[in-house]
Design a protein around this ligand. Structure first.
Ligand code: PEP
Length: 325
């Protein structure tokens, strides 16, 4: 966070502060003060070294200004979930808008079209944007009417699949274990998984937000063979498609809790490198404020991803991660 980075910088008395013109962000870097091992702060010199290494200097990009405040070390990630929307014509327009959008380079950008349009999108969309399925079958394909297999998604060029979305949990009735198995199969076959978790309004009001998120996380953790290719999407159900966005503080509070859960239950490395993105009425107007939160590593976007320029603005909200030093 900017505050943490400033206070850290102000503790430095050795080589004077890091000049903004010489520090080029790679959209990963500064950690919260409490994440740094206090034992290694035995001298001003080692403190400086630790801060400096967390800034991830890049000599190849001279002239950049500012540094980036992210608690995790992963690249900013923005996914567009088109859900069950679109026609051949409207999707062609959306693809053309995305192809002409200026997207910040330091962001992983993914869209999840309806299955029936995957080939159309894959064949017309810029390679800058990856493709995701919105769901996948729990195992190898076969006699499962209406389902889509991981093998088929890969065959059509998908690199990702969204699993555990609240609409599949609460409308279709998928449970934690089933979702965990799906994630395990997809990861095992080499697909990236956007693993959605989040509480319903009544659960939040009953003070159960963390319990619900931890239980859903545990179901993923118990099943998946590796966290290398998993992005966690925290999507409070009461914010999805409702226009009621979580405040930056509400979202940050849960993202910190998720990262801490990963640290305690998986490893510090997984906690650092796993992207934790926010979903729930994120749009072109609120994404910059949300993105300033240091544990928000991007977004999963529903409604606003159907408008190319708005989606591009959300992708580019990564720029609000830059803080002056
Ligand atoms: C979603 O469906 O994942 C989502 C976040 O939807 P919306 O942005 O419309 O709330």
């Amino acid at each position: 966070m900017a505050v943490a980075s400033t206070s850290l910088a102000s503790q430095l008395s050795g080589p004077k502060s890091i000049s903004s013109s010489s520090v080029c962000p790679t959209f990963s870097g500064l950690r919260r003060l409490d994440q740094l091992n206090s034992q290694s702060f035995s001298s001003t010199h080692s403190l400086f070294q630790q801060v400096h290494s967390n800034l991830r200097l890049s000599s190849s990009r001279k002239g950049c200004r500012g540094v980036v405040a992210m608690a995790g070390s992963g690249k900013f990630f923005v996914g567009g979930n088109w859900k069950c929307n679109g026609t051949t014509e409207s999707i062609s327009k959306l693809v053309s808008d995305l192809n002409s959008a200026n997207l910040e380079p330091e962001v992983d950008v993914v869209v999840a079209p309806p299955f029936v349009y995957l080939s159309q999108v894959k064949n017309s969309l810029t390679d800058r944007i990856e493709i995701s399925g919105q769901n996948s079958w729990v195992g190898k394909g076969g006699a499962f009417t209406g389902e889509i297999s991981v093998e088929q998604l890969k065959d059509l060029g998908s690199k990702w699949v969204i699993l555990g979305h609240s609409e599949r949990r609460h409308i279709i009735g998928e449970d934690d274990q089933f979702i965990g198995k799906k994630a395990a199969y997809a990861v095992g076959e080499g697909l990236g998984v956007i693993a959605c978790i989040g509480e319903k309004l009544e659960e939040r009001e009953a003070g159960k937000t963390f319990d619900v998120c931890y239980q859903q996380l545990k179901a993923f953790a118990d099943a998946v063979p590796s966290w290398d290719n998993i992005v966690i999407a925290y999507e409070p159900v009461w914010a999805i498609g409702t226009g009621k966005v979580a405040t930056p503080e509400q979202a940050q509070e849960v993202h910190v809790a998720i990262r801490d859960w990963l640290k305690k239950n998986i490893s510090a490395e997984v906690a650092s490198k796993t992207r934790i993105i926010y979903g729930g009425s994120a749009n072109a107007s609120n994404s910059a404020e949300l993105a300033k939160q240091e544990d928000i590593d991007g977004f999963l976007v529903g409604g606003a991803s159907l408008k190319g320029p708005d989606f591009a603005t959300i992708v580019n909200s990564v720029t609000s991660k830059k803080v002056a030093v």
